[in-house]
Design a protein around this ligand. Structure first.
Ligand SMILES: N[C@@H](CCC(=O)N[C@@H](CS)C(=O)NCC(=O)O)C(=O)O
Length: 233
């Protein structure tokens, strides 16, 4: 059976930084499922028309088409129930809470730190679109939104409960990583792929956890192409 994931790429086709695609890639690897990545960029909306969607990730699993990263994680648990990533019932509800925590509390701080590096990492043909849509969303220019120190300070505070868990277990989901780890990792990997900025202090529990996450699934993320592999533009 063919399994394909539409995956955002940037100014180099090897640069894959979407936080939502990363959480799905980690979930697929968690379940030992192979996938072919299909490079996609913002201006290629027509390529997703078959899915009636305009954002990545889009997963095509045989005949089944699934959009939205969290829905894909849920689909993977339904279709491949061994080693669940979100689980069911109480476990699912907690993962849902954590997804909102990551998207509403963690991602905005990361955005403040890396927004201009992100702009530079995006394909040149997508930059005007990105600027226009994100400036409309933020209500200010990307340059005004770029506040790395403020972002780092907010991130440190926001990650306090995460740090609390990591003082007790090596991963957010316990002794081995699962859905919660992939949800947070997706966002941190996004920032790490596009920027060399320090996100959390190197001696922080979250920094150690991030290193452990990079190494998971045979170094799937550790081996990913990042801006560190690119010449300066
Ligand atoms: N809720 C969606 C969000 C997906 C999303 O925002 N994807 C971005 C790439 S990181 C995208 O494709 N954006 C298209 C656009 O902004 O036009 C999910 O979890 O999959």
């Amino acid at each position: 059976m063919t399994r394909t994931l539409y995956d955002l790429y940037g100014r180099d086709e090897r640069l894959r930084f979407s936080p939502y695609c990363w959480r799905v890639r980690m979930a697929l690897a968690h379940k030992g499922l192979d996938v072919t990545l299909k490079p996609w960029r913002f201006s290629q909306k027509e390529a997703l028309a078959f899915a009636h969607h305009d954002q990545v990730p889009v997963l095509c699993d045989g005949d089944k088409v699934v959009t939205d990263s969290f829905a894909i994680m849920r689909y993977l648990d339904d279709a491949y129930p061994e080693v669940p990533v979100l689980g069911e019932g109480v476990s699912y509800q907690r993962a849902l809470f954590f997804k909102h925590f990551v998207e509403r509390s963690v991602a905005p701080s990361l955005f403040r730190i890396v927004v201009l590096d992100l702009l530079a990492a995006i394909h040149p043909g997508d930059r005007d679109y990105f600027r226009e849509t994100r400036e409309a969303r933020f209500g200010c220019t990307l340059e005004e939104f770029h506040q790395p120190e403020q972002g780092r300070e907010a991130l440190q505070k926001t990650l306090a409960p995460v740090r609390g868990v990591l003082r007790e277990t090596p991963f957010l989901d316990g002794e081995t990583p699962s859905g919660a780890d992939y949800l947070l990792f997706g966002s941190m990997m996004w920032a790490y792929c596009v920027s060399k900025e320090t996100l959390v202090p190197p001696d922080d529990e979250v920094a150690h956890w991030f290193e452990r996450m990079l190494a998971q699934h045979n170094g799937l993320a550790a081996n990913a192409f990042t801006v560190r592999d690119l010449p300066a533009e």
